[in-house]
Design a protein around this ligand. Structure first.
Ligand code: LLP
Length: 414
């Protein structure tokens, strides 16, 4: 994004050279641009002006408290998928009254937590969950606001692992069963029907599947109205893609305009759950070259970040652009950029043309979404530090983990 740019050969985030961040906080290190986060959010809110709406940032994309706080201050709501994410939102100053709770496996404890906090809506994904939520709410003397996540059965044309709107997926309730389930929900005394939601997949680069989904959702809204079930909001989920390499996803404004077009004449509040598009290109993973290892067939650049830090290449064969932090005068060669983990799948990028030497710093771009939030401690690797840049200031927003923290909860038996 425009917030990561070279200045006189030095890659900078906003006004700060990434090399300075590496010197101060070490590597691997995630670096986020506050301006990029704010920009993305404003693109949504500007495009939605004049229409009742709520932008619920999908916390799973990146759940660092500093990021949640930036969005909370801009007025965002949040889409959560666990009790843990709810506690993060509250700790970051988010408003429980703007939280929607998605996910196929909500536990009793999670339902209680969310009912106590007073969230905006439970996005219910099955008949069994409706029953459980009704019981839990009843036992607490509360009424749970609900939406049913319907599966519109449209093809998001994205990676099969991140496509969620097809019939064969585990998500949502079948479109054909939705009316019957709403009827049932209407009879349950501790539930209050407030909306409908859908989410068809992630990293979509076209608007047409979204529009197909809206049309199916609206047909359902009309069918419900004929039965006297009137909804307050329509939640169209997240899923808008970003540019990693050569993708050309629609701009936020164009995506929103297309949705608003499809919703013309409707008065329900519009809820969206964007994740990746708000944070993906607002973050980079900073890493240092440990070794260069020339080979007969391939040259390896072994870096200090690995699949435990950024799992997307290993898991989805995802592409992340990799740039040198300093333009240096080394011979440019094609490298396999790999981490130190004992797995062949531990790569960050294949066949990347780079002019680097041992100790060179690299920036793995578009790493703000599903990077840190999917990281692990595999190979007993402490998780990376996280830094947020705001203009010329640099803030450490998560300390690098220490090894003792990693096994603090473990015990040796006698
Ligand atoms: N709402 C629901 C119900 C979701 O399941 C998701 C993401 C979102 C919103 C946000 O979607 P987004 O705007 O970020 O596309 N780990 C994968 C992505 C998994 C997405 C899961 N659901 C990746 O690294 O590409």
């Amino acid at each position: 994004s425009s917030h990561f740019q070279y200045r006189e050969g030095a890659l900078c985030v906003e006004q700060v050279p990434l090399a300075d961040i590496a010197a101060q906080f070490g590597t691997p290190c995630y670096v986020y641009s506050r301006a990029a986060l704010t920009d993305g959010y404003r693109q949504f809110s500007n495009a939605l002006q004049g229409r009742e709406h709520l932008i619920c940032y999908a916390v799973k994309a990146n759940s660092n408290l500093a990021i949640l706080n930036v969005f909370a201050r801009l007025g965002a709501g949040f889409d959560i998928v666990s009790g843990g994410e709810l506690q993060r939102v509250l700790a970051a100053g988010g408003d429980a009254g703007k939280v929607v709770f998605s996910g196929v496996g909500k536990s009793v404890a999670e339902m209680r937590l969310a009912l106590d906090a007073g969230i905006l809506c439970f996005n219910v994904e099955s008949a069994a969950e409706l029953e459980r939520l009704n019981e839990v709410a009843g036992s607490m003397g509360k009424v749970a606001p609900i939406s049913l996540r319907v599966n519109p059965d449209v093809d998001a044309k994205t990676h099969p692992y991140i496509s969620t709107g097809l019939k064969q997926n585990k998500f949502g309730v079948a479109y054909t069963e939705a009316v019957a389930l709403y009827r049932k929900a209407a009879t349950l005394p501790h539930l209050r029907i407030t909306g409908v939601d859908c989410h068809i997949g992630s990293q979509l680069t076209e608007t047409s599947p979204f529009i197909a989904a809206v049309e199916k959702v609206l047909a359902l809204v009309d069918a419900l109205a004929r039965e006297g079930i009137r909804l307050e909001h329509i939640d169209l989920g997240g899923g808008l893609g970003i540019r990693y390499n050569d993708e050309t996803p629609p701009a936020i404004a164009d995506y929103v305009a297309a949705l608003l077009g499809a919703l013309a004449g409707r008065s329900e509040k519009l809820v969206l759950e964007p994740g990746r598009v708000l944070v993906g290109n607002a973050g980079a993973l900073l890493t240092r070259v440990e070794y260069l290892k020339p080979g007969e067939e391939k040259n390896f650049a072994i870096v200090d970040a690995a699949m435990n830090d950024l799992m997307r290449p290993a898991l989805y064969d995802a592409y992340h652009n990799i740039l040198p932090v300093q333009r240096e005068n080394h011979v440019s060669q094609s490298y396999e950029v790999v981490g130190p983990i004992c797995e062949t799948g531990d790569f960050i990028g294949h066949a990347r043309e780079l002019a680097i030497a041992p100790q060179s710093l690299l920036a793995v771009l578009s790493a703000g979404a599903y990077g840190m939030s999917m990281s692990s401690n595999y190979n007993t690797r402490p998780r990376a530090a996280e830094v947020m840049v705001d203009g010329a200031s640099v803030h450490l927003v998560r300390e690098r983990e220490t090894v003792p923290q990693l096994f603090a909860g473990e015990k040796i038996i006698s």
